[in-house]
Design a protein around this ligand. Structure first.
Ligand SMILES: Nc1ncnc2c1ncn2[C@@H]1O[C@H](COP(=O)(O)OP(=O)(O)OP(=O)(O)O)[C@@H](O)[C@H]1O
Ligand SMILES: [Mg+2]
Length: 350
């Protein structure tokens, strides 16, 4: 699935902008603060319905304006649109072929893998960032995952509210029975799909990493699930209930899951070199492409924001080879990126 055209109206510094994708690779060149990342952000929004650097996409409305529109046409003519307004009323609308859709039906039509210099933090950052990574990736390939995740999050909020009410003696403890059951039901689905992901990515990751490092290294992701035995999910919730009530939060479940990067049986965040961090993230990003393709039969678009400056020449070369048959958008301030390979490349100067 490729994108053929993107149109932006009042999106950040783009008042009115239109671009046709004519070649496999789009290279966006320009000095700092010209709108290179903004364009990547718009493409990512068409894919995920979110920004990767804002909590709320409506903040990307052009200054002094009260609405924005991002519109994309895919190679099969699917027409995707996101519209946000603040005035005369607050609105968030997603449309496919001009028909309003819920965001969970919007996601999954335009598949993408985003790679930014910040991704290297994924290895050592707080667990929330890694969960976000999982959720974004799995939501794209599985509608079932996204629906269960959103339901899980809703129920979790309800349960936490009820925990507080129980603590304040405004509700009875046994009212939790229903929410525990529901939480376990949807949590189980989320965990199952995460398990499947970790199993499927294994081979891709190993191969990508070995190709990058040129050695027999073994890169793995180890799933650190709070609930290990799904049969005992509800029982575990009940056994933690007293504690949960005191803390007024749910201590167990996929919202607390994490995973670890392991290189040759050792956690990278404790023992890895900077170069190994870089190789691991590069391997992960390319494995994401492999994973999406294996699950959907479609190739995602690869969005590379400023990553070439982060990679040494060997890794740059590897990445360039990997994107040969792959729609890719690359931003750079560097004039020399992709000099050798121009026939597949469309250049946009901003
Ligand atoms: N809501 C907005 N309305 C209008 N302009 C905005 C808005 N948000 C950001 N901008 C402009 O966009 C510019 C940043 O664009 P962007 O992050 O895409 O730069 P860039 O080309 O990627 O730069 P760099 O090379 O430094 O990464 C800011 O300088 C700002 O002027
Ligand atoms: Mg930028």
């Amino acid at each position: 699935m490729q994108i053929q055209k993107i149109k932006l109206e009042h999106f950040r510094n783009y008042t009115n902008f239109e671009l046709e994708f004519k070649k496999k690779v789009l290279l966006i060149k320009g000095k700092n603060a010209q709108g290179k990342t903004n364009l990547i952000e718009a493409l990512f929004a068409l894919s995920i319905g979110k920004s990767f650097r804002l909590k709320n996409l409506s903040e990307a409305i052009e200054w002094e304006q009260d609405y924005m529109r991002i519109n994309g046409i895919l190679s099969d003519k699917t027409d995707l649109e996101l519209f946000y307004s603040t005035y005369p009323r607050k609105q968030k609308v997603s449309k496919i072929n001009k028909v309003k859709k819920k965001l969970n039906d919007f996601v999954g039509n335009f598949l993408s893998v985003l790679f930014t210099p910040e991704d290297i933090d994924l290895i050592s950052a707080a667990p929330g960032l890694r969960r976000r990574f999982l959720d974004i990736l799995l939501s794209q390939v599985s509608h079932n995952y996204l629906v269960n995740l959103l339901t899980y999050q809703k129920i979790l909020k309800q349960r936490n509210k009820l925990l507080k009410a129980v603590l304040e003696k405004k509700s009875q403890e046994n009212e939790l029975d229903f929410w525990d059951m529901k939480l376990a039901e949807h949590g189980t689905e989320v965990i199952k799909e995460r398990r499947l992901f970790f199993k499927t990515i294994e081979e891709f990751l190993k191969k990508q990493y070995q190709n990058i490092s040129g050695k027999k290294d073994r890169l793995e992701l180890s799933y650190l699930a709070k609930i290990k035995n799904l049969e005992k999910y509800s029982a575990k919730l009940i056994s933690h209930r007293k504690r949960d009530i005191l803390m007024t939060e749910t201590s167990l479940g996929p919202h607390r899951d994490d995973f670890e990067f392991i290189l040759n049986d050792k956690p990278i965040n404790s023992f890895g070199s900077r170069g190994e961090y870089r190789s691991s993230i590069l391997a992960l990003k390319l494995s994401e492409v492999n994973f999406i393709e294996s699950q959907t039969g479609k190739k995602p678009i690869l969005l590379l924001d400023d990553v070439f400056s982060e990679l040494d020449s060997e890794r740059q070369k590897y990445l360039l080879e990997a994107i040969q048959n792959q729609q890719t958008v690359i931003t750079t301030t560097d004039d020399n990126v992709l000099n050798s390979n121009t026939e597949n490349v469309q250049v946009l100067e901003v």
